[in-house]
Every structure is written in C-alpha cells, then in structure tokens.
Design a protein around this ligand. Sequence first.
Ligand code: FAD
Length: 321
Amino acid sequence: MSQTFVVVAETRGGKLRQVSLETAAAASLSAQPDDRIAAVLLGSGVSAFAGELAAAGVSTVYVVDHPALEAYRPDAYLAALRKVFEHVPPDAVYLGHTAIGRDLAPAVAAALDAGQISDVTAIERKGDRVVFTRPLYAGKAFEKKTFERGPWVVTVRPNNIKAIEADGSPCETVTVDYPAPSLRSVVKDVVKKMSGKIDLAEAKIIVSGGRGVKSADGFKPLEALAAVLGGAVGASRGACDAGYCDYALQIGQTGKVVTPELYIACGISGAIQHLAGMSSSRVIVAINKDPEAPIFKVADYGIVGDLFEVVPLLTEEFRKL
Ligand code: FAD
C-alpha cells in the first residue's frame, strides 16, 4: 500500500531553508516508487516558495499562510499542521533538525501517536524497512534504527543528505485555512542575533576561533578567510566566555552542532565539549601552536603554527584561486 510522507519546510530571511530541500530528499530516500511526498509551508508570505519544493521531488505543497504564523509558536504551528493532516493524513513526517524542528517534532509525534528518531544523518531503504543512521557521543558512534510500524516522525541534521536537483516537475499547491486557535503563548519580540550572513548550521565552510585568537580583533583574520571561502565564522565557548565574540557563534555541546564540508579550527584546543559540536564535519583542519593540542586527534589536516601567521597566508593563497 502506498504511503504518504509529509515534509515540514522552513523559510528564513525571505528564503526557503536549504535544510528543507535536504529534508525533502530524506523523505524521497525513505519512499518507494508509488509513495507520495507532500510538503507543508507554514508562515506569513510563504506561498511563493511552493515551486522550489516541487523541484525537490514533492508532488503537493500544502500552504498555511497567515500573519499569526510569522514567528514560530509551537501551539500555532501544531494547530496549522493538524489542519493540514486533515487533508493529508501522514504515514511519516520529516522535519529539519533545526531549532524549530527539534521543538515541533515531539509535539507532532505526540499528536500522531507516532515514534520519533531525531538527528538523522543517513537513510537507507531496505525492502519494507527504512534504516536511519544517527550519530551518538559527539560522532564517536553511530546508531542504526528502524520503526516497527508507522506513523513516524524524523528530524534530519542539516548538511548531511544531498538535496535533490531541480527537475521542473509539476506540483500541486493546496491552500489550507489557518484554524486560528486560542493560543497559550505570544511572541512579543524577536531579537535577531545572527552570527553573520550565513547560517552556521547550514554553512558548508566554517572558520572557527578559540581562546587562541586572544581578542575580538583577533577574529578579523578569521573573518577575512571565511569571506574568501564563502564560509561562516564560528567559535569555541572559550572565545565566547572571554568576550571575544557573541555566544550566537558558539559551537559545541552547549552551542550549535555543525557538519560543514570544511571546518577550520584556529586556536582551539579541542575540548570534548567543542568536539561534540563539530567532529562530524567532513574535513577538519586545525591550526594550533601546540603540537599536543587534542584538536589534532580529530583533524584531517593539522598546521602547527601561530594562527596570526598561518590564517593570513591561507587567505592570500585562496584569494588567488
Ligand atoms: P583553550 O582550551 O584555552 O585553547 C586555546 C588554544 O589556542 C590552545 O590549544 C593554544 O595552544 C591555542 N593557541 C593560543 N595561541 C595561539 C596562536 N597564536 N596560534 C595558534 N594557536 C594558539 N566549549 C565549546 O567550545 N563549546 C561548548 O559548547 C562547550 N560546552 C561546555 C559545556 C560544559 C558543561 C562545560 C563544562 C564546558 C563546555 N565547553 C564548551 C568548554 C570546554 O570545556 C573548553 O573550556 C573550551 O572549548 C576551550 O575553548 P578553547 O579551545 O578556545 O580554549
């Protein structure tokens, strides 16, 4: 019997988030040829993004476009999703493992009486089963899990599953009325503390600084390198605690978990709590003047040297490419 996979898409800053296209790809990887993939767009002024989801292998996009959905509120989003589920009862719901996805997924699972697997980094269809891989212990171990029965809810870690290329497939858009429930929470204000133009969680390249940068100005060479590479700037908690940068940049156990293609750690010792946020990066480069620094144990490439000499040299060389 064919199944319906529903992808909850997210927009931010007037754009469809890359993780939503990856989440749609994750649903496709889970599906069999006669299964159906639908997506939900919730927000204010989001209808325009339906076409982009069509290109990601989605056959129908359900749009709930209402000013009350401009800022994320779990009860408002859940009420809107319940309304969508009346049109399209899901066998599975896929969300990005983002701040919104992590908050909303358990509520969706409870509403559907579904099982949940979070922070999925790979998906394999094996006959009737879908096998989900998720990292444990800061990427030191991996767990493979499956569901005995549906419905299920899955969150997908950004930057791990390749988004499907646009193929111009036709896609139906269905507008769903916002049910305007009585809400228990109100968003009074949204304080934007962006780490830069590129969202750290979705950045393909991150240049990260630790206490070794020694001051707020010490981040300037890292920012220059990130700009040349088209990447984002991150930081260790050591650098944040020292006041060299904003906590929005913090990567690690109590900061953001990132999985870029390239992570350049500058003046970061490699404490376990930092590794918890970045050790799943595809390629790790460490620049540290201490050859015994633990960061070198997880690094694919290590440069023993002063970051204030090495980083500008790298920037100069990359600028020539
Ligand atoms: P340090 O450990 O001081 O390392 C600085 C490094 O810079 C050294 O290796 C030094 O050799 C090198 N260096 C100095 N000067 C230069 C130079 N000129 N050129 C090159 N290298 C140089 N940490 C996180 O990062 N993220 C977290 O989310 C996090 N959560 C935590 C949660 C808990 C409950 C606890 C207890 C700790 C947490 N920490 C976290 C803190 C963590 O334990 C470390 O203290 C922190 O990561 C250290 O930051 P650092 O590597 O920048 O600083």
